[in-house]
Design a protein around this ligand. Structure first.
Ligand code: PMP
Length: 283
């Protein structure tokens, strides 16, 4: 595997990360995962924009121009002869003697490399179980930071009971999954949590809202409660690498009939057409 580290592309075994890298010690950094379809990154610009936003929010000055960064990402895809899979990209604040506070002039460390292709076709077709957990994360979930400890802990809880995702609930309100945004359908209206500090503004989420508008599907960026989630006609989760995944049971209770909903299936189809269109246009 070829890895981009700063501006260089090297073999994985040549990469060395310093023990005093602040990403390693504090989770002090930001990241993105971009999906690559047949060698073409989908929504690259949107991911790069979110990365710079996250960096700005934590006071990390990315020392590379966005155009150069996008060019380097294409180099990683080429160097690995990548066809399908996720492209992982992170900036840590850099290397410095370990103190909580930091000097603003340390050099951020960029690393980018391919993630193995995640086969989702089956899960997307038949749906997945989910569980609910309390959302005990910090109040800046809009920042895509390397600090994923609570997300990791709750995803593990889901994994241990054979569920795909843990849906997080804060003050009785459904916020998002540990690595996905959550949608529900009730009486043909699609609901998802509004964009604020309590969720990550998912790129897949944004692209779906665009599709809802184009297709005239009614939607509301409005909070819904845990009970409303259980009473939903359809539930699905979205993310870059898993795309649109129907949720067919929550905490062991079937969602409606326990099968992927019809609107969810239409959304999946519309999304895959959108991906096809946007990744072939750019090829
Ligand atoms: N919320 C969280 C907490 C996530 O980690 C992710 C995955 N990046 C998402 C939502 C979905 O975002 P996206 O569609 O941009 O992958």
């Amino acid at each position: 595997m070829k890895v981009l580290i700063d501006e260089k592309i090297v073999n994985r075994h040549e990469v060395r990360v310093d023990i005093e890298d602040r990403g390693y010690q504090f989770g002090d950094g930001v990241y993105e995962v971009i999906n690559v379809y047949d060698g073409v990154p989908f929504t690259l610009r949107e991911h790069i924009a979110r990365l710079y936003r996250s960096a700005t929010e934590i006071g990390l000055l990315i020392n590379v121009e966005p155009e150069k960064l996008m060019h380097d990402i294409l180099r990683v895809i080429q160097a690995n002869d990548m066809k399908n899979g996720g492209l992982y990209l992170q900036f840590s604040r850099g290397v410095a003697p370990r103190t909580h506070q930091y000097q603003t002039d340390i050099k951020p460390l960029l690393v980018a490399y391919p993630l193995p292709y995640k086969e989702m076709t089956h899960a997307q077709a038949i749906g997945v179980p989910a569980i609910t957990k309390e959302d005990l994360r910090w109040l800046r979930c809009d920042i895509k930071s390397l600090n994923l400890l609570y997300n990791v802990m709750m995803k593990q809880k889901a994994f241990e009971v054979g569920a795909f995702e843990a849906i997080l609930i804060r003050d009785d309100v459904v916020t998002e999954g540990t690595s996905s945004n959550v949608f529900m359908v009730k009486n043909k209206i699609i609901y998802t949590h509004p964009v604020n500090n309590l969720i990550l503004n998912g790129i897949t989420r944004t692209k779906l809202l665009q599709l809802f508008q184009e297709n005239g599907w009614d939607y509301k960026e409005q909070t819904f409660t845990k009970q409303e989630l259980f009473d939903a006609d359809e539930v699905f989760v979205t993310s870059t690498t898993s795309e649109v995944v129907p949720v067919i049971s929550i905490d062991g209770v079937a969602v409606n009939t326990g099968k992927p909903g019809s609107l969810t299936k239409e959304i999946q189809l519309a999304f895959s057409e959108m991906v096809k269109k946007e990744t072939t246009q750019k090829a």
